[in-house]
Write a protein that binds this ligand. Structure first.
Ligand SMILES: *[C@@H]1O[C@H](CO)[C@@H](O)[C@H](O)[C@H]1NC(C)=O
Ligand SMILES: *[C@@H]1O[C@H](CO)[C@@H](O)[C@H](O)[C@H]1NC(C)=O
Ligand SMILES: *[C@@H]1O[C@H](CO)[C@@H](O)[C@H](O)[C@H]1NC(C)=O
Ligand SMILES: *[C@@H]1O[C@H](CO)[C@@H](O)[C@H](O)[C@H]1NC(C)=O
Ligand SMILES: *[C@@H]1O[C@H](CO)[C@@H](O)[C@H](O)[C@H]1NC(C)=O
Ligand SMILES: *[C@@H]1O[C@H](CO)[C@@H](O)[C@H](O)[C@H]1NC(C)=O
Ligand SMILES: *[C@@H]1O[C@H](CO)[C@@H](O)[C@H](O)[C@H]1NC(C)=O
Ligand SMILES: [Zn+2]
Length: 310
């Protein structure tokens, strides 16, 4: 029974279907089932010791020279993004072709295949909805690309491995550069077609992952060990959170909290679909050594020196 539960859970990280056909009762929008209730209602694993998301305190981040550059495969391939779906009224998810998309390097132990990406958001311009925060700052949205270690035969096996999954997290920041970037315009154009729980539409040959991640320097990231951020919060994730946000126009960000619904009926909208930050419990967040001073920092340093000299 547990195996079946896990298989179904992971077939869609947002639809936690039990073997008797009922659904595991968790939600984002009601006091009776929101994330503050998960540790008591779903203690295995939501009350664990390496939960996600977390607040990243940059002053406490430790340098780790093993955090090398990633190698991305298929991120430029528009046939690797298969379909977009209203995932159980909890998120918007794009299924990925894992025979075409994968990552390695980046301090990971081997090859991880891309399974899907999905998004977390708040409520338009009025409230931010990223899961991770940086020095307490919450970004408007966060994108998660979920990968599974290629040597695992199934998600069930991967979830029992402390490093079975690799999730790449990208913050999304709002710009007022209307309707950009182009790829986000293309992606969000599908939202009205998946307004009801369970709706799915084909998006093949239209969008690339590289196009969606435009502007992010993928050599700069945070790393820590954590969990799924949805029940049952399995502690199987090597987290990578990139420092640079993707800059998306406010207009397009607002479409997420105004287009997709929790139910098959047209109410309520999916809003604030993020879990609050969890205690680090002794974990240390790592990043690349900062010895390689960025041009911006070098410039600031020069400016500071000039200031003191003058
Ligand atoms: C979650 O529910 C609790 C009560 O169980 C409530 O106090 C809290 O404000 C709710 N939080 C969110 C983010 O909805
Ligand atoms: C993607 O990039 C790889 C490596 O640079 C290249 O060989 C391949 O042709 C590209 N694929 C597409 C669809 O552009
Ligand atoms: C989201 O924002 C809209 C308009 O700003 C507001 O009417 C609505 O009540 C908000 N929803 C939630 C769940 O906070
Ligand atoms: C954003 O809008 C403000 C006010 O309309 C404008 O001054 C500013 O230049 C805009 N910024 C960008 C990055 O477009
Ligand atoms: C994005 O959408 C526009 C308008 O529908 C279309 O012309 C363009 O080809 C699309 N771009 C890609 C890369 O699919
Ligand atoms: C990305 O960041 C690295 C490290 O800070 C830097 O060396 C590199 O030049 C940057 N790449 C781009 C395209 O800005
Ligand atoms: C919508 O879904 C929520 C959560 O599943 C449920 O509590 C509510 O009764 C549903 N509302 C309608 C009108 O179906
Ligand atoms: Zn997520």
């Amino acid at each position: 029974m547990k195996a079946q539960l896990v298989t179904l859970v992971v077939a869609c990280l947002f639809g936690t279907v039990l073997s008797d056909g009922s659904t595991l009762a968790w939600c984002y929008h009601l006091p009776s089932c929101n994330y503050t209730t998960w540790p008591t209602k779903i203690p295995h694993h939501c009350s664990g010791a390496r939960q996600s998301p977390v607040n990243i305190v940059t002053a406490d981040v430790q340098a780790d020279p093993s955090l090398t550059t990633f190698s991305f495969t298929g991120f430029n391939d528009s046939s690797a993004l298969l379909n977009i779906k209203n995932a159980d009224g909890k998120s918007v998810m794009v299924s990925l072709d894992d025979s075409k998309m994968s990552v390695s390097g980046g301090g990971l132990s081997g090859l991880y295949k891309s399974k899907q990406f999905h998004l977390h958001w708040g409520n338009g311009s009025s409230s931010a909805g990223s899961e991770h925060t940086v020095n307490g700052k919450r970004y408007p949205m966060e994108l998660h690309i979920v990968h599974m270690k290629s040597t695992h035969p199934s998600m069930t096996v991967a979830l029992d491995d402390p490093t079975g999954l690799a999730v790449l997290g990208f913050f999304i920041e709002a710009t007022n550069d209307s309707s950009t970037p182009e790829m986000w315009k293309n992606l969000t154009s599908f939202l009205l077609k998946i307004s009801r729980k369970g709706d799915v539409v084909d998006i093949k040959n239209q969008i690339t992952m590289d196009g969606l991640l435009k502007g992010v320097n993928r050599t700069r990231y945070y790393r820590y060990l954590g969990s799924l951020t949805t029940p049952s919060c399995d502690e199987a994730v090597v987290w990578t959170v990139f420092k640079d946000p993707i800059k998306v126009s406010q207009d397009l960000i607002n479409l997420f909290s105004t287009s997709v619904y929790i139910n098959t009926t047209a109410q309520p909208l999916i809003t604030n679909n993020f879990r609050g930050v969890q205690a680090l419990k002794g974990r240390v967040i790592k990043s690349q050594p900062s010895s390689a001073t960025t041009p911006y920092e070098a410039l600031s340093l020069t400016a500071a020196l000039l200031y003191y000299l003058l």
